[in-house]
Design a protein around this ligand. Structure first.
Ligand SMILES: Nc1ncnc2c1ncn2[C@@H]1O[C@H](COP(=O)(O)OP(=O)(O)O)[C@@H](O)[C@H]1O
Ligand SMILES: [Mg+2]
Length: 462
């Protein structure tokens, strides 16, 4: 069991930040620093690594991303997230000043991940053949938009027992080398929905996720392994009032805060409560947490880069970013290699059997329940977080299983009640029989005594 890797990065002071304001961070070493708030209270933070203002983009990739990329090529899922207020350096860390044709030293995590992934694939090509597919989505106003096909503006999130969380129908483009992948990433980035706030004129108000699926076909035994690698550049975590936003932009900020607080709630649920008791983890409260469910739930290696401004003027947002990171450090992750299947099984079209199964389950549900009951159950399931959408086959199956177990429980209860009733009736029956017997006996005695007295009377009178 390994923890989530949590790092902090302090960017240089920006031209807007007044040097006279001073800085809120004092370095101790590569893992520890002291944060000073506006009341001069000091907090010491200890993280997996701290990247100060002069740290190189390459050092962040080497420490935080390279181990995850290596694992993803070996079919262990990985997630890398940048978190922080708008303008704190999330996109700079993720992309660098640009994805293509950028200064080698300034290249961000994304182009380095792409290069690293293809380097590792090339060096291990003798043992397996690899297929890399790339998808890009943006979560904007609680809708998942496909950045590689804008006609898909509301991608549904589904769950599959073997593959985990899936984006239903998302565009997956096979890419054969770095150049192709970077070209595609640029196309996707150009499709992002952007807005302007006072914090950062070009900041995007949405979360952006880059998804790489690395499929490995073994040359020797025809087995297939898949590793999923997700990079997420989150929207700004600042409080809505700080952005000076109004109208639509304010709505965006509120939605962003909602999904980021959902992320915080999921992390709180994952890191609090006893290990013996299974907590309810509210993954379904936002699209963001639902997409990150596998990563947060443990079946993935995860790295979180908390991007911060060093300026005293942003101290309160920096503190809240650091606290978020400290909380996330306590998530326990236990990544496993993906299930290994033979190539044959993987290629078999399973949609037909799934559809048939779906039809059967729905027919059975319809047989037993009224429309209102199904609707009510659906609402209860969504409220309780049991299902997200009944469109998903697995969710219908789970829902159906729950109904079956509820029905069995209520039948068992009815049976118990009937057994009790039978016992009670048997006891009543017994006592009625006894009463009848007693009556019969007393009637016989009465008859006999009447016969004797009449016999006596006739004897003495004759
Ligand atoms: N480590 C850094 N070194 C140099 N400039 C940086 C660094 N981090 C961020 N910046 C600059 O700060 C500004 C805001 O960064 P950005 O990554 O867009 O913030 P965010 O994505 O968190 O809103 C950009 O102009 C960016 O170039
Ligand atoms: Mg950004």
């Amino acid at each position: 069991m390994s923890n989530v890797t949590v790092c902090a990065r302090f960017r240089p002071l920006s031209s807007k930040e007044n040097r006279d304001d001073g800085v809120c961070v004092r370095a101790i070493d590569s893992e520890t620093f002291v944060f000073q708030d506006d009341k001069d209270d000091e907090f010491t933070f200890n993280l997996d690594r701290v990247f100060y203002q002069d740290s190189a983009q390459a050092s962040i990739y080497d420490f935080l991303a390279l181990p995850i990329v290596t694992d993803a090529v070996n079919a262990i899922n990985g997630t890398i997230i940048t978190y922080g207020q708008t303008g704190a350096g999330k996109t700079y860390s993720m992309e660098g000043p640009g994805i293509q044709d950028c200064d080698e030293h300034k290249k961000g995590l994304l182009p380095r991940v792409v290069d690293g992934m293809f380097d590792q694939i090339t060096s291990s090509k003798d043992f397996a053949s690899y297929t890399v597919k790339l998808s890009m989505v943006e979560i904007y106003m609680e809708k998942v938009r496909d950045l590689l096909d804008l006609s898909k503006g509301n991608i549904q999130i589904k769950e599959n027992k073997t593959q985990g969380i899936l984006l239903s129908g998302v565009t997956e483009v096979p890419v054969s080398d770095s150049t192709e992948a970077l070209q595609l990433l640029c196309t996707g980035l150009a499709n992002r929905a952007v807005g302007e706030t006072q914090m950062n004129m070009s900041s995007s108000r949405s979360h952006c996720a880059y998804l790489f699926t690395i499929q490995q076909d073994s040359v020797t035994d025809k087995r297939v392994k898949t590793g999923k690698l997700i990079l997420v550049d989150l929207a700004g975590s600042e409080k809505a009032d700080k952005t000076g936003a109004e109208g639509k932009v304010l709505d965006e900020a509120k939605t962003i805060n909602k999904s980021l607080s959902a992320l915080g709630n999921v992390i709180n649920a994952l890191t609090s409560g006893s290990s013996s008791k299974v907590n309810h983890i509210p993954y379904r409260d936002s699209k963001l947490t639902r997409i990150l469910q596998d990563a947060l739930g443990g079946n993935s290696r995860m790295a979180l880069l908390c991007c911060c401004s060093p300026s005293n003027s942003n101290a309160s947002e920096t503190l809240s970013t650091l606290r978020f990171g400290m909380r996330a450090k306590h998530i326990k992750a236990s990544p496993r290699a993906s299930e290994v299947k033979s190539a044959k099984t993987q290629e078999e079209p399973c949609s037909v059997t799934k559809d048939e199964k779906c039809g059967r389950v729905l027919d059975k549900m319809k047989e037993r329940m009224s429309k209102e009951d199904i609707k009510m159950l659906e609402e209860v399931f969504i409220q309780e977080g049991i299902i997200f959408s009944l469109d998903s086959m697995e969710e219908v199956e789970t829902g159906y299983k729950d109904i079956v177990s509820e029905t069995i429980k209520s039948l068992e209860q009815t049976l118990e009640e009937l057994q009790l009733k039978v016992k009670k009736l048997e006891a009543e029956n017994k006592s009625i029989k006894e009463q009848a017997l007693r009556k019969q006996e007393s009637a016989a005695v009465g008859k006999m005594s009447r016969f004797i007295s009449s016999w006596y009377a006739s004897f003495f009178t004759s």
